[in-house]
Design a protein. Structure first.
Length: 430
């Protein structure tokens, strides 16, 4: 019996089934521009509490204004917004000079922010002030020129996606498109140069350095965006059709650029915030063994739990509780036990700081046991020297003391050796 063969699928069907990046971008294009707008809005929301709290800081206000302007660019460049603005005003393609003006203002603002951020706002040189005035004058003139050129141009057919290339050969519209691209490119080049020169400066905070690197990556992507757009426009001038560069390649570049710029601005702030939170929680974790010991030695009463207490307040209360507990143990601390414990730790090969921390842990455990036994130290003679033991270093180094308590086996071993030496009557020859 002969089995009929299944006919092979035609090549055209295979092509239709193949993945097409152009079709994928085209499918996303109506909503594509809302992605960077959402990311920039989130960055602005992260910055907003600091901007409100420190409203007198002009640099923070400038960052907030810049993020708001960048968010506006991506909102108004969305095809749905372009169509709405055109219908609302009754002027075909009026969204073009509006979006170009927003983008030009954003570029100038970026340049101004980097100049003032790098040189500082408190003591700006005459050269910096001149640069600021020049940027303001040039980019204000560019925005004015964009609107004049739009008024002179004849572009009656609405284009939601490809206006740059569709009207690339139209008088005055051609100059308007070229002007905004050149202004964007110049701002990107100068900003990139300033950023990467700043990154190489010694002594920068690591978070600031990484933020600047993200900004540099974002502005480098903007330069690639400009190169792609200019290539598509120039191709139209020479009679070629490379519109796909403008409509397919440029949008992802703009989105990635917005992500890097947003991260670059929020990283120094958000990173410092997260670093501070991590430091506080790490300190709470490190103090836990000593806190539990003081809580147990005081009859089980610890710091009262407050639901709305901040981590910083919890840390302060825990440190205060521990220090109060150590002060109450002062008359039970035996200096000789601590001295012997340091010697034992040194004999075991511990570094000086670790030997002192372990010795402090041994002395505190010994004092807790002595208080439970009611054996207050006799400070009137011998090695006591009169009065309570000096616990100032214990109060100062509670972090190291608590970390030593976490290594219970080592502390227990040192304490057993110290107890054995004291019972054997070993004399300190130091």
């Amino acid at each position: 019996m002969t089995v009929p063969l299944v006919p092979a699928a035609p090549a055209e069907a295979a092509v239709r089934l193949a993945f097409s990046p152009t079709e994928f971008i085209d499918g996303l294009y109506p909503t594509f521009w809302w992605i960077p707008a959402g990311i920039l809005a989130a960055a602005l929301a992260i910055k907003l509490p600091s901007i409100i709290r420190l409203w007198t800081d002009p640099l923070l206000r400038a960052v907030g204004g810049l993020l708001l302007l960048a968010c506006a660019v991506f909102v108004f460049v969305a095809p749905s917004t372009i169509a709405w603005v055109n219908r609302a005003t009754g002027v075909p393609n009026i969204s073009a000079p509006w979006v170009y003006s927003l983008l030009t203002a954003f570029c100038g603002s970026c340049l101004l922010l980097i100049i003032t951020w790098r040189d500082g706002l408190a003591d700006r040189s005459a050269r910096t002030r001149t640069a600021v005035r020049a940027v303001l004058g040039v980019y204000a003139a560019v925005i004015l020129a964009l609107w004049v050129l739009f008024y002179l141009a004849d572009i009656p057919e609405e284009r939601l996606r490809d206006l740059d290339t569709y009207y690339a050969n139209t008088p005055y519209a051609r100059e308007m498109i070229l002007l905004y691209l050149l202004a964007h490119t110049v701002a990107g080049l100068v900003t990139n140069t300033l950023i990467w020169n700043w990154v190489r400066v010694d002594g920068l905070d690591s978070l600031l350095r990484w933020g600047l690197k993200c900004l540099g990556a974002g502005y480098a992507l903007q330069l690639i965006f400009d190169a792609v757009k200019l290539t598509a426009v120039v191709a139209r001038w020479t009679g070629q059709d490379l519109d796909w560069l403008s409509t397919t390649v440029a949008p992802p570049l703009a989105c990635l650029s917005a992500i890097f710029v947003a991260v670059g601005f929020i990283l120094p702030h958000a990173g410092q915030y997260l670093h501070d939170r991590w430091r506080v929680r790490l300190a709470l974790y490190e103090l836990r063994p000593l806190y539990l010991l003081m809580k147990e030695s005081s009859g089980g009463a610890g710091v009262p739990f407050v639901l709305r207490a901040t981590p910083e307040l919890r840390l302060i209360r825990r440190e205060t509780f521990i220090r109060d507990g150590l002060l109450s143990l002062a008359r039970f601390v035996d200096d000789e036990v601590r001295t012997r414990a340091v010697e034992v730790g040194a004999g075991l090969g511990f570094e000086v700081d670790r030997a002192k921390a372990v010795a402090a842990a041994v002395a505190v455990l010994d004092a807790v046991d002595a208080r439970e036994d009611g054996a207050e130290r006799d400070r009137t003679g011998g090695g006591g020297g009169g009065g309570d033991a000096d616990t100032s270093d214990l109060l100062r180094d509670i972090g190291a003391l608590s970390r030593a308590l976490r290594d219970g086996d080592v502390v227990r071993s040192v304490r057993e050796r110290v107890t054995g030496r004291l019972e054997a009557g070993v004399v300190d020859v130091g």
